[in-house]
Design a binder for this molecule. Structure first.
Ligand code: 5CA
Length: 445
């Protein structure tokens, strides 16, 4: 993309309504614009990051054997009356009436709708196990939407639902989700710690939240510091292997790590004092096993091998896709702006032309731009007639992890400069080598 053709409405001023870094930076970097309280338009740069996060989520879900579909944002109230949640859910649910006076709602989650889909089509144990998921907008009429996309009213969520014959099978699905979430967050460059949590309106007492430690997080958390040393890494995992998934769950959940909802001082006191930590965290996902809470009242049953009709065991599993954009920035920024991890960056590399209009510099930038694109990379070329300082400030603000700076002086010696946004370190090299180096950085991501 050439910056002269793009839409990147960066703000010079710090918006006064934004209280935390990610909200400020998303507004300043022209990623989002508020449409109403807790409701945002995703401008091109923000939309690109959102799509990259979605793609990682899709890939990891499908790697785990889960099947994508798409359910609507509006749902019939009748389904929610069947489960009993229409009245229980309270004021967070946005209720709508259509011209035929039928009650609808903007889905805050999809347990009822997916259970309805399941019961209409599946009737035999032979069709199990099954996990269906989608990535769709949700609406929760939060009392206090705040921190930009962190606590929005309209927000994008990946929600997945497993259907299994027995509790044991459903717990394997739970473990499988835990493993796939570890992989998902790590691919984004995030450390998200599974912590024992509370079921809330979704239900079930078997649930973990995934938290990214951050001072601005809304949840208070208590954990054994050893847990922060764990990484999933690039280990091979067979998602159909019950023992393997169970072992990963045990490895990542055997140390003390709880949110304030389930925190227990007496148990916490058993952790050696020097390892006891109290901190704040951003909840970027949650997994639940809730058995037959929905399948029983809604009649989602299958016939077993023995000919008996039984309700299926279910769980639901969410990832806060739009919240992740904010969480990633909270975890990756400095005073000059955002620092995207390579896994989610909106553009792979920025090209800064220090002397727009200079024939040799323009030609070198064009060659770099096309050379990078030819390798499947997505560069952002700042081809505007701006001062070098302004171009650097924009690049630093929007946080592309790598920048290639091209100017007449370097070109006389046959070199351009490759700079890391994170370390600030620069290296001179030929334009060809810069292309090879950037390509190598992204290979395998
Ligand atoms: N049905 C279940 C799992 S699919 C469910 O709704 N779970 S949840 O309530 O925990 O939401 C899943 C994730 O969505 C949360 O972990 C959080 O990351 C994100 N989320 C929840 N509320 C908001 C909100 N108001 N703004 C942004 N993200 C949110």
């Amino acid at each position: 993309m050439r910056l002269s053709n793009y839409f990147l409405p960066v703000l010079k001023e710090t918006p006064s309504e934004a209280q935390i870094a990610s909200h400020r930076l998303m507004l300043r970097a022209g990623m989002i614009r508020q449409a109403a309280a807790g409701i945002y338009s995703w401008l091109p740069l923000g939309f690109k990051v959102l799509r990259r996060i979605e793609n990682i989520v899709h890939e990891e879900q499908q790697r785990a054997g889960h099947v994508p579909l798409l359910m609507p944002t509006l749902q019939s109230a009748d389904l929610w009356r069947e489960s009993g949640r229409y009245d229980d859910y309270g004021e967070e649910m946005l209720r709508i009436r259509d011209r035929h006076k039928r009650d609808l709602l903007y889905g805050p989650t999809n347990e009822e709708l997916i259970t309805d889909i399941f019961r209409s089509a599946v009737g035999s144990y032979k069709d199990l196990p099954l996990t269906l998921y989608h990535i769709q907008w949700k609406f929760r009429d939060e009392i206090r939407p705040r921190f930009g996309v962190m606590r929005g009213r309209e927000f994008l969520m990946k929600d997945g639902y497993n259907f299994d014959l027995t509790k044991e099978d459903a717990l394997h699905a739970y473990n499988r989700h835990l493993v796939s979430y570890l992989r998902t967050y790590e691919r984004m460059g995030l450390k998200a710690i599974p912590m024992r949590a509370d079921g809330g309106p979704i239900g079930g007492d078997y649930t973990h939240e995934f938290l990214v430690l951050a001072e601005t997080g809304e949840s208070e958390v208590f954990y054994d510091s050893e847990i922060t040393d764990l990484t999933f890494g690039d280990r091979e995992i067979d998602y159909t292997d019950v023992g393997q998934c169970q072992a990963v769950l045990e490895e990542f959940t055997s140390r003390y790590a709880r949110t304030d909802e389930t925190h227990d001082e007496a148990v916490f006191a058993e952790v050696p004092e020097e390892r006891r930590r109290t901190a704040r965290g951003i909840e970027v996902g949650q997994i639940f096993y809730f058995g037959t809470k929905y399948s029983e009242p809604m009649g989602a049953t299958v016939v077993t091998a023995g000919g008996e009709r039984v309700p299926v065991h279910m769980g639901s599993h969410g990832i806060g896709v739009s919240r992740l954009v904010g969480a990633l920035i909270e975890a990756n920024h400095d005073e000059r702006g955002i620092i995207w991890p390579e896994g989610v960056t909106p553009f792979h590399v920025g090209i800064v032309n220090l002397k727009q209009g200079d024939e040799a510099t323009d030609a070198a930038c064009e060659a770099l731009y096309k050379g990078l694109q030819a390798l499947g990379l997505d560069p952002l070329y700042d081809d505007r007639s701006e001062r070098a300082g302004a171009k650097f400030a924009t690049m630093d603000l929007i946080g592309l992890p790598w920048r290639i700076t091209v100017g007449p002086r370097g070109l006389k010696n046959g070199v351009v400069e490759l700079t890391s946004r994170r370390t600030g370190e620069s290296e001179e090299m030929s334009p060809e080598d810069a292309i090879v180096k950037v390509n190598g950085i992204y290979a395998g991501l």
